[in-house]
Design a protein around this ligand. Structure first.
Ligand SMILES: Nc1ncnc2c1ncn2[C@@H]1O[C@H](COP(=O)(O)OP(=O)(O)OP(=O)(O)O)[C@@H](O)[C@H]1O
Length: 323
């Protein structure tokens, strides 16, 4: 378990992590999301004692990282896959890590096999592809067989097979009762992997909630209807007291009634339908709706007005400007 209480990090005048309090629990995959520059890596570095918090504290299974006995056996992390010594073989990199952390050296072969680098164990990481480097970083994180695994953007550079592999690995680690904390910008991947989400924007906590609850709370579900006789559908809906919005392509969007009720209503009024489809928002839509205002760097293509109305209404206030 990882517990953060009031964790704040300032660089000069700039507050990059602002009073974060949340707990990462065992037995599930917790996704850590936030726009570029939100403070995710800084938070992870503070969890590992690599950066000192300006205020507040982080506890790893009840203790600060610095006080952990044999820390690699408690928490394994991938923060920067390029941190390996490029001139030393993959095997030697991990062997040094094992020896300095009193981890049996045979574990090196086990983890290299596990991440699919068994055949290149004697090769130097400087010749590795981005994906191979990520796998080696993950091998290092798993070396001590830790109860807590923390991965910063682990799918960076991985091909589809590699992405599938890391997803399966994280789910297995969580199913074994371990604590898995992972950051990623790939929303579709996160939606498939994480059970729980912690979302930050400009260093502040925006959400700490289950995956489905997050999507439900930050997006709008509706039923889309298309008909060649819009006048008739308008009348039928109005007669039933149901409000619909019509989008520029001519489709009707209804939030007030389920698809079953709308289908029956159309039948009753003899309105031909070309489409009757419930629409559920994706994690990506919910994420953009929640973090749009908090994004430090974004293109002009998105404004909060593009977000679903209910999504904007549900988002916490994040309108203060950065110092
Ligand atoms: N050593 C430092 N000195 C000053 N500012 C820093 C330092 N490290 C990070 N920052 C700033 O802190 C903010 C948060 O950075 P951080 O890398 O933690 O964000 P992130 O959420 O991981 O971003 P990304 O998704 O782009 O990796 C950024 O504005 C960054 O410029």
């Amino acid at each position: 378990m990882i517990e953060l209480a009031g964790v704040t990090k300032r660089y000069g005048e700039k507050v990059v992590v602002d009073d974060l309090t949340f707990t990462v629990r065992p037995g599930c995959v917790t996704g850590f999301l936030g726009p570029n520059g939100a403070g995710k890596s800084t938070t992870m570095r503070m969890m590992l004692g690599l950066d000192r918090a300006t205020a507040g504290h982080v506890l790893i299974d009840g203790e600060p990282y610095a006080r952990l006995d044999e820390p690699l056996r408690r928490i394994g992390a991938l923060l920067d896959a390029k941190a390996m010594h490029g001139g030393r073989s993959a095997y030697d990199n991990l062997r040094c890590l094992a020896l300095s952390n009193r981890i049996p050296v045979q574990r090196v072969d086990e983890v290299l096999q596990e991440v699919g680098l068994g055949e290149v164990a004697r090769k130097r990481p400087k010749g590795f592809s981005l994906g191979m480097g990520q796998r080696l970083g993950i091998a290092a994180a798993l070396l001590g067989d830790p109860e807590i695994v923390m991965l910063d953007e682990p799918v960076n550079g991985l091909d589809p097979e590699g992405i599938h592999w890391i997803r399966t690995l994280m789910k297995r680690l969580a199913a074994e009762g371990r604590t898995v904390f992972v950051s990623s910008h790939l929303m579709s991947e996160m939606a498939l992997t994480a059970d729980h989400l912690v979302v930050i924007g400009r260093g502040r906590l925006l959400a700490d909630t289950g995956m489905q609850e997050f999507i439900d709370a930050n997006s709008r579900s509706f039923v889309r209807m298309r008909t060649p006789e819009p006048e008739k559908l308008r009348d039928a809906l109005a007669a039933a007291g149901i409000t619909a919005t019509e989008n520029p392509s001519g489709a009707f969007e209804v939030t007030e009634a389920p698809a079953e009720r709308l289908g029956e209503l159309a039948l009753e009024h003899r309105v031909p339908l070309h489409e009757l489809s419930p629409q559920h928002a994706s994690l990506e839509e919910a994420f953009i709706a929640l973090t749009g205002e908090a994004a430090e760097y974004r293109t002009g293509a998105f404004s909060s007005a593009d977000a679903a109305p209910s999504a904007v209404a549900n988002a916490p206030q994040t309108t203060e400007t950065e110092s």
